[in-house]
Structure formats: structure tokens, C-alpha cells
Design a protein around this ligand. Structure first.
Ligand SMILES: Nc1nc2c(ncn2[C@@H]2O[C@H](COP(=O)(O)OP(=O)(O)OP(=O)(O)O)[C@@H](O)[C@H]2O)c(=O)[nH]1
Ligand SMILES: [Mg+2]
Length: 346
């Protein structure tokens, strides 16, 4: 008996644009339909944060986390083992894939079309979130992945329109009009996506630009030299682990703390607020922390804005920062500040 292929959607978009927020919103459909969904979330850094955030949003959800670079190259082998295992063991009614903000959906799509996966998965339209306020010619020219995500998308959702100027939205729409036609281009906030898009077909005739233009990100879908290189994975102190990696013109540095570590909310807030000072701009920062009172808080800094949000208990406190290679912060100083923020006596 042949089994129905699992409807699968890629929710792409640049760093911090609102992918995880959009997926959490879509999960309401899982409950409404009485289905069992799975989310595969891939992160650029070695320390995954989104897995804990997604799992905390829904106990019933199956979350497969693949941190440490793009799933079509650096952690491709992990992806090609983990995804078939997820399909066999969980057999979800639907699969959502959140690639890293600096991942090429073209490479992921190609992997999903391999012999085993193409029989197991029904890959539907690729949905890309974009932040119009962050849109610039500079980003288009210097971040091939950014261009690729927009080019390849079947649907583009201009997110964060609550904080975007009308001219920036118009500018972004003008650029999108130069690309092959999309199935939809919408303006939204808080990653509100139409659930019906999850069942729209993928437009296979759209050629991945990067396959035409090979110089940007070397993907031929054989395991190759990683695009993210692990720089160190060391015990910073007796029990705090620090992970550093680089790739795609960026460095990531993250820390995982022992399970019972507690932090001062005030010290963490001050630390996150300082991140763009002194000529250093951290492009993306997120961390999940247990506070002195036992509650858990997610710190989320994207596009220069900091948000804090209460989350469910997680297995440990962890944090990750991503910065442009040419503008790196002093990771040791950041570590010192994080260690100083551990404070059970608030
Ligand atoms: N102002 C505003 N903030 C938003 C909106 N949508 C999401 N955010 C915030 O943007 C931040 C990043 O959201 P995420 O959903 O984590 O973004 P992401 O694309 O998954 O991030 P990465 O996985 O790190 O690339 C969070 O603080 C969100 O609350 C929106 O429409 N408006
Ligand atoms: Mg995310």
C-alpha cells in the first residue's frame, strides 16, 4: 500500500524576520484539524534556540532541531539522516521546515527531491518572509542568500509592516516586481500567514538562481567542505559550554549553561540593550534563560529591536549571537558579562 506523501512547506526568510513566529501561529491549525505536525528547524549557529521555543509553544509538536549551518551543505548529512528517521518514526500529517536565515532554499529543495524524500514528501509552495524596513540594495548585492530566498519564493509575506515605512514597503514591492511572478505578495505583521498557502503547489519551473550562478554558495548536494566552520567548542568555565562557528560572512558564538543556572533579568536586559554600542552591531541575538524566580524568558533581538517574552520551562539556558565577520564583538567580554548576569539573588 502506498502511503500519502506528507505535505511539506519551507518557511524561509532572512535572519530574525519572523519565521519562528509565523510557524507558531500556523500551529493553531494543527490543533484545529486534530493533526500531528512536525517542524524541522535549522539554525546557523551551533547552539539552537528555536527548537526550545517551538517545543515550548506546543507539547504535542514534534520538533527536530538541526543547528550548525545550512541543512543542504554543512549539516547535510545530519539532515539526510534525521529527516527520513523523523518520517519513519513520527509519520506527521504535515511537515514545516524553517531553514537558517542565511540558508539557500534552492539547496534544501534539491535535497527534498532526492529519491527517498520525493516519495515520502509532497513539497508545496515555498513561503518567504521579508522585512521591508531592512530591505536595501546593499543587502541584495552583498547577501546572495537574501536574493535567492526572495527569488525562489512562491509567496512573499512582507512581515513587520507595523514598523516599516510606507516607502520601504513600496521599494520592496518594486524590487519583487522584477522577479518571476509570485503566487502572492502580502503585507502582514507577527508572521500571520494564510494556512491555505501550505497546500499551494510548488512552482517547479522557477529555476533556482544560485544553480545558474554557481559562484555564490557552493552546493552540488554532495557532502563538501562545510560553509560553516566550527571554530571552537570549548568548556569556557568548568561547566559552561561555548560554541563558535563561521560561514556566509558571519560568525556565531553561543553558550549553553548548566541546567540549574539562574540569571538576573535586569542584568540580561542591560546586556542585550548594549549590543549595538561601541561601533559593534550584533546582527541577531536570541537566548532563553531561567531567571532567579524560576521563570523562563526569551530574549529576542532582531533588526535592532529587543523583545522579551515569557516562555515555558526549557532544558537549559542558552544564548546565541551572530555578527558580520568584519565587525565582530569581543566574545570574551560578552562571556564575562553573561557569567556576571548569573545571579540568583535579584
Ligand atoms: N515589530 C514586529 N516584530 C515582529 C514581527 N514578527 C516577528 N517579530 C519579532 O521579531 C523577532 C524575531 O522573530 P523570529 O520569529 O524569532 O524570527 P526568525 O526569522 O525565526 O529568526 P531566526 O530564526 O533567528 O532567523 C521576535 O522578537 C519577534 O517577536 C512583526 O510583525 N512586527
Ligand atoms: Mg527562527
Amino acid at each position: 500500500m502506498t502511503q500519502k506523501r506528507i505535505p511539506t512547506s519551507i518557511i524561509s526568510g532572512f535572519l530574525g524576520v519572523g519565521k519562528t513566529t509565523a510557524i507558531i501561529n500556523l500551529l493553531a491549525q494543527q490543533q484545529a484539524r486534530g493533526e500531528r505536525w512536525a517542524v524541522l528547524v535549522n539554525e546557523f549557529g551551533e547552539v539552537g534556540i528555536d527548537g526550545a521555543v517551538l517545543q515550548g509553544s506546543d507539547d504535542q509538536l514534534t520538533v527536530q532541531e538541526i543547528p550548525g549551518g545550512c541543512i543542504c551543505c554543512t549539516v547535510g548529512m545530519h539532515f539526510q539522516v534525521a529527516l527520513p528517521r523523523l518520517i519513519r518514526t513520527v509519520r506527521p500529517d504535515r511537515l514545516l521546515i524553517e531553514p537558517t536565515g542565511v540558508g539557500h532554499p534552492s539547496g534544501i529543495l534539491n535535497t527534498l527531491r532526492n529519491e527517498f524524500l520525493s516519495q515520502a514528501l509532497q513539497v508545496n509552495a515555498t513561503i518567504c518572509l521579508a522585512d521591508p524596513q531592512q530591505f536595501s540594495q546593499d543587502l541584495l548585492e552583498n547577501s546572495p542568500v537574501y536574493y535567492d530566498q526572495l527569488y525562489l519564493a512562491d509567496i512573499v509575506a512582507l512581515n513587520k509592516c507595523d514598523v516599516a515605512e510606507a516607502e520601504k514597503i513600496a521599494e520592496m514591492r518594486e524590487f519583487l516586481a522584477t522577479l518571476p511572478p509570485k503566487q502572492a505578495i502580502v503585507e502582514t505583521t507577527q508572521g500571520q500567514l494564510d494556512p491555505a498557502w501550505l497546500d499551494l503547489p510548488l512552482q517547479t519551473e522557477r529555476l533556482p538562481s544560485y544553480l545558474v550562478n554557481q559562484q555564490t554558495h557552493d552546493h552540488d548536494h554532495e557532502p563538501k567542505a562545510p560553509n560553516v566552520e566550527v571554530l571552537s567548542q570549548l568548556q569556557s568555565t568548568s561547566d559552561v559550554q561555548r560554541f563558535e562557528s563561521k560561514g556566509e560572512g558571519r560568525h556565531a558564538c553561543g553558550w549553553i549553561f548548566p541546567p540549574h543556572t539562574q540569571f538576573s533579568e535586569a542584568a540580561l536586559t542591560a546586556l542585550f540593550a548594549r549590543l549595538s554600542k561601541d561601533g559593534v552591531d550584533i546582527e541577531r541575538a536570541k537566548g532563553i534563560f531561567q531567571l532567579s524566580d524560576g521563570d523562563w524568558l526569551l530574549f529576542n533581538r532582531a533588526g535592532g529591536r529587543l523583545e522579551m517574552q515569557a516562555v515555558k520551562q526549557s532544558k537549559d539556558s542558552r544564548v546565541e549571537f551572530i555578527a558580520a565577520t568584519g565587525n565582530l564583538p569581543d566574545w570574551n567580554a560578552l562571556e564575562t558579562a553573561l557569567l556576571a548576569a548569573q545571579n540568583p539573588h535579584e
